[in-house]
Design a binder for this molecule. Structure first.
Ligand code: C5P
Length: 299
């Protein structure tokens, strides 16, 4: 018997970043929206020990050892319930790797839910969310999905209302960016400056609640964008190409380097995707809509 789980990617419609904390993390006001790009994680009982395999266009870039968040999730759950982590985790990867769309976090949340179902641990939702928070700042949101405000280092979630579908285009970059490196660059660019406490922007929350893409386009913001552009200046060309193609808003997704373009509707998203694909400013282009549910066991 196997358990298959589908987990969405995310885009941050607001990412407000505070000063570095003593533990090296940053306090955030992070408004997540789950979008319809998915990884699928299949957990199958194995005879002896943990094995991770991966398929998909970027599979070669995914580590298959115990640094993989899917492997760490299975080990954490097995440890908590005092059982052997005898499981084969297979990841069908469609979310860009090292892209700022929580692909690794999705695999962590997906593997956790899949192993939990396979092993019948009876863990509560709160226990699963606790393990997610230990695995990484974005992992709880991958489990929950929809739209949520993340505070603390992003792991403390308040679910948000979403009044309609938002249509997006995502431009995948030629190379990845390391999240810690982008936060370090944020610190370097902010040296000597007063960094305000991060707070959720009411205009973002209102636009989400109304399902109003034009209002969301005006309100979106990402404090990590200058740092991502500093490390990867060519992303400015991608952002400009998407704006010229008619995107309502163009921004770096999370720590990047994936760039996100908000469209008025699905047809416009498909037109913008075509222009971006032909622009030569990115490696690949995808369209998606959100909000969508978080990690889900497939029948
Ligand atoms: O929590 P996660 O392992 O996903 O974070 C990856 C890295 O991103 C951290 O090691 C840290 O460098 C940076 N980070 C941060 N502040 C946050 C979240 C992540 O500085 N709130």
């Amino acid at each position: 018997m196997s358990v298959r789980v589908r987990v969405p990617a995310k885009v941050n419609v607001q990412l407000a970043v505070g000063a570095a904390r003593p533990d090296g993390f940053h306090d955030l006001a992070n408004v997540f929206l789950a979008v319809s790009l998915y990884d699928e994680i299949t957990a199958t009982p194995a005879a002896d020990g943990l094995r991770v395999t991966c398929e998909g266009p970027d599979a070669g870039q995914v580590p298959l050892d115990r640094t993989n968040l899917a492997a760490r999730a299975a080990l954490a759950l097995a440890d908590r319930y005092g059982r052997a982590p005898d499981v084969h985790l297979h990841i069908a990867k469609d979310i860009p790797v090292a892209g700022g769309m929580a692909g690794g976090s999705a695999d962590g949340a997906g593997a956790l839910l899949a192993c939990d179902a396979l092993w019948g641990t009876g863990a509560s939702r709160e226990e699963l969310l606790d393990i997610c928070a230990e695995l990484g700042s974005d992992v709880p949101f991958s489990l929950v999905g929809g739209a949520a405000l993340g505070t603390g280092r992003g792991e403390r979630l308040t679910e948000l209302e979403v009044g309609g579908d938002f249509h997006w285009v995502f431009a995948l970059a030629a190379r990845g960016l390391s999240t810690p490196a982008v936060f370090r660059e944020f610190d370097r660019l902010g040296e000597g400056l007063e960094i305000p406490e991060p707070a959720a922007d009411q205009a973002v929350l209102d636009a989400l609640a109304k399902g109003d893409a034009a209002a969301l386009a005006v309100a979106v913001s990402n404090d990590l964008q200058p740092a991502a552009l500093s490390l990867f200046p060519e992303l400015s060309d991608t952002l400009a190409a998407g704006r010229a193609a008619g995107a309502l808003a163009a921004l770096v997704s999370g720590s990047g380097p994936t760039t996100a373009f908000l469209a008025t509707d699905a047809g416009s998203a498909s037109d913008i995707a075509g222009v971006l694909r032909a622009s030569g400013t990115c490696r690949d282009v995808r369209t998606a809509a959100g909000a969508v549910p978080g990690a889900t066991v497939l029948e």
